[in-house]
Write a protein that binds this ligand. Structure first.
Ligand code: NI
Length: 417
């Protein structure tokens, strides 16, 4: 008769031999899956073959599988054999990026213009491994584990659509966890961060409308080029004067266009930029300021500005108690020397934000560096490749986090971490 997993037993069986042995025995097959996914990347909302490969393994492990969520996403559900219990969700992303691989690896992408350059092949394979691992342990826990394989993390808002498809309900999810490969940490190391983890990523476009004419008669014109320049300059005062010094944001105007010849003042000019922010109130305030300043500066110079904001992902903000749970699970699983608390968030974006807006949870970083950090190909480049050495620790930390959550729930949020 096996022992139930409870608070007292948590540290041992979760960190201990059962989990480690299972992860080690699964590693060769999960490595093969990861390389197969890498060779056959599918960009957002085209993840048919990837979903099929995942569904087959989940079904073989005895999970209930629901397909066609958010178009090409899927959900695997695993019930513990013991009665009652909580519900924990684990999430991976299925999609590749629209770039052409240049690694020269034997399992390199077979599809020009598509590549797993963000490690989602590794995230997906790891989560399949966790599903198989926890399925093998299902007589040892109570509760439900939901395995979320979402499409279109790369700019397609797949996470939002999964939430809208109801994956966090019935039964309601008590906490959600995910990992992301990270080339700036040694392979198999874990990085956690309390609070803001990744930035909100919005884009904006400003059309400046003036009155064109001869360059030698500016007084008979309204110069949209001058107005556009003033707007670019004035937008920089948002971060320096309106965002708190201990908070952070970025406003970059990356594109500016207008005019056709040196001796003509054009009718219009256009600028486009991105806002990165770490907190939702900061994000909303900065977006409102972009609009106010662009319109106000244009009016001050007798012109007009039309501002269009395209919402991106919200800031990804980890919940403290869920982060503490992951940190403790990681320390118990891979050892304190391989776990760090990260000083800084990344100003990149991540649609795991949508889940964290709805339920407590944590995204942590899984190191994939092969050698000196300075020489590692970074994410979203043609030479990046997820490191298979990270699969086993990734599986163990995700599985241990889920089991701790099922056994003990989240740590008391009133405690200071
Ligand atoms: Ni990614």
């Amino acid at each position: 008769m096996t022992e139930p997993l409870n608070a007292a037993a948590a540290a041992d069986p979760l960190a201990g031999p059962a989990l480690a042995a299972l992860a080690a025995s699964l590693a060769p097959e999960i490595t093969a899956l990861r390389r197969d996914l890498h060779a056959h990347p599918e960009i957002r909302y085209q993840e048919e073959r990837t979903g099929e490969a995942v569904a087959r393994q989940l079904a073989a492990a005895g999970l209930e599988v629901r397909r066609g969520l958010a178009q090409t996403g899927l959900l695997g559900v695993l019930h513990g054999a013991r009665p009652g219990g909580r519900c924990v969700a684990l999430r991976a992303d299925l999609d590749a990026l629209p770039i052409t691989e240049e690694t020269g690896l034997p399992y390199a992408s077979t599809r020009p213009g598509a590549m797993h350059a963000c490690g989602h092949d590794g995230h997906t394979a790891t989560l399949v491994g966790v599903a198989r691992l926890l399925a093998a342990l299902r007589d040892r826990f109570a509760g439900t584990v939901k395995f979320l394989f979402q499409p279109a993390e790369e700019g397609g808002h797949g996470g939002l659509r999964m939430c809208e498809a109801g994956v966090l309900a019935d039964p309601p999810v008590d906490a959600i966890f995910a990992l992301h490969s990270w080339p700036f940490l040694p392979a198999g190391s874990i990085g956690v961060r309390y609070g803001p983890m990744m930035a909100g990523t919005d884009t904006f476009a400003v059309d400046v409308i003036g009155q064109g004419g001869h360059a030698a008669y500016p007084h008979r014109c309204v110069d949209p080029i001058l107005i556009a320049c003033r707007i670019v300059d004035a937008l920089q005062s948002i971060v320096s004067r309106e965002v708190g010094p201990a908070d952070s944001a970025v406003i970059t105007v990356g594109k500016i266009a207008g005019g056709t010849a040196v001796n003509i003042i054009p009718n219009r000019a256009r600028l486009e930029g991105t806002l990165r922010s770490l907190r939702e109130p900061t994000r909303q305030a900065a977006l409102a300021s972009i609009r106010r300043i662009a319109e106000g500066v244009a009016t001050a110079h007798r012109g007009r500005a039309e501002v269009v904001v395209t919402p991106g992902y919200p800031p990804t903000v980890n919940h403290d108690a869920a982060t503490e749970l992951v940190r403790a699970a990681a320390v118990a699983t891979v050892g304190p020397e391989r776990v760090s608390v990260l000083d800084e968030p990344s100003m990149g974006g991540e649609d795991f934000a949508y889940y964290l807006e709805r339920v407590p949870g944590c995204m942590f970083r899984l190191g994939v560096a092969r050698g000196p950090i300075d020489h590692e190909p970074t994410l979203h480049t043609t030479r990046f490749d997820f490191n298979d050495a990270a699969l086993e620790p990734g599986m163990r930390v995700l599985a241990a986090s889920a089991l701790r959550m099922l056994a003990d729930g989240l740590p008391d949020p009133k405690k200071k971490f």
